[in-house]
Design a protein around this ligand. Structure first.
Ligand SMILES: [Zn+2]
Length: 211
């Protein structure tokens, strides 16, 4: 199976933890396996019911709680990665809460990394558009339309507030954050790594380094 912690494939061998317990709804068992790569436990709660002749009726992953989003790069600054991670984790349970976290994260990113003048999110998005590559600018701009900011001014005035979301809005916000993280964190870090690697080679060859 693919490890839900580190996403690397490993050969899973499951064992039952403790004893099987039973209540009015059926029998409950916690099963575990250990990832051979990252050494973390994966835990599942298995349910069987008499009505189904004690066949497995459900199996829920209880550790780790995971999001369905691909993991983000280590280059993304912790504070942003953490907020994005929370928004991704609760996407399925509460798109409204997820979108509120994403909007707040987006606003902070625009202020800290894009250097926009603090205002409301609608205007801040307007200010950043000509500083971004066009495909990314279009995606960021679409947040205002998909979220119907005109009808929901709080999304712009008070970004972290939990308000109704339009279909697909919460996912879109996460997609846009992915793109902005790539632009503001991953690409600059990769370029630094490439330059450092080149400088190593130049140094070995006794040539002057690039700045
Ligand atoms: Zn693992």
């Amino acid at each position: 199976m693919k490890c839900p912690h580190c996403t690397v494939e490993f050969h899973d061998e499951w064992e039952v933890l403790g004893t099987r317990i039973e209540d009015i709804d059926g029998r409950w068992v916690v099963r575990m396996t250990t990832c051979s790569r990252c050494q973390r436990y994966v835990l599942k709660l298995q349910h069987t019911a008499p009505a189904d002749e004690w066949s497995v009726t459900s199996e829920t992953l209880i550790r780790p709680r995971t999001s369905t989003r691909p993991p983000i790069s280590d280059d993304v600054k912790d504070a942003f990665a953490e907020e994005y991670g929370e928004a991704a984790l609760i996407l399925g349970d509460s798109p409204k809460a997820s979108a509120a976290l994403s909007r707040r994260c987006l606003q902070r990113l625009l202020r800290e990394k894009a250097g926009v003048k603090p205002s409301n999110l609608f205007d801040e998005i307007g200010e950043v558009l000509d500083k971004l590559p066009s495909h990314l600018a279009e995606s960021v701009d679409a947040i205002r339309n998909i979220g119907n900011f005109a009808a929901h001014p709080n999304k712009s005035e008070s970004t972290g507030e939990i308000v109704d979301v339009e279909p697909g809005e919460a996912e879109w916000l996460l997609d846009v954050l992915d793109g902005l993280f790539d632009f503001y964190f991953v690409q600059p870090s990769e370029s630094t790594r490439r330059r450092e690697a080149l400088n190593e080679k130049l140094k070995d060859a006794g040539k002057p380094e690039m700045l």
